[in-house]
Ligand binder design. Structure first.
Ligand code: 9UX
Length: 72
C-alpha cells in the first residue's frame, strides 16, 4: 500500500533546488517516488506509510534548507 501526498515547497530559486529536493526525498527509506515542480512550488511524493509520515518528509525538506507544508 502506498500513500501519495502533495506538499507546497518554499525557498526554491533555481532548477538545481528542485533537483536537490527530489534527490534528497528519493533517497529516503520508504519513499517510492518523489517529483518536485519548481514553477508550481510543489512536491508530489509517493511513499510507504508504514515507514514514513508526511512529517518525516517535511523534516527532510527542512533539513535541505527549504520549507514544506502538506497540501490538503
Ligand atoms: Mo540554485 Mo537552490 O544556484 O538551493 S540550487 S538557488
Amino acid at each position: 500500500v502506498s500513500e501519495k501526498n502533495e506538499f507546497t515547497i518554499t525557498g526554491m530559486t533555481c532548477a538545481a533546488c528542485s533537483t536537490r529536493i527530489e534527490k534528497g526525498l528519493n533517497r529516503l527509506e520508504g519513499v517510492e517516488n518523489a517529483s518536485v515542480n519548481l514553477a508550481l512550488e510543489r512536491a508530489t511524493v509517493e511513499y510507504n506509510p508504514s515507514v514514513l509520515t508526511p512529517a518525516d518528509i517535511m523534516k527532510k525538506v527542512d533539513s535541505l534548507g527549504y520549507g514544506a507544508e502538506l497540501k490538503e
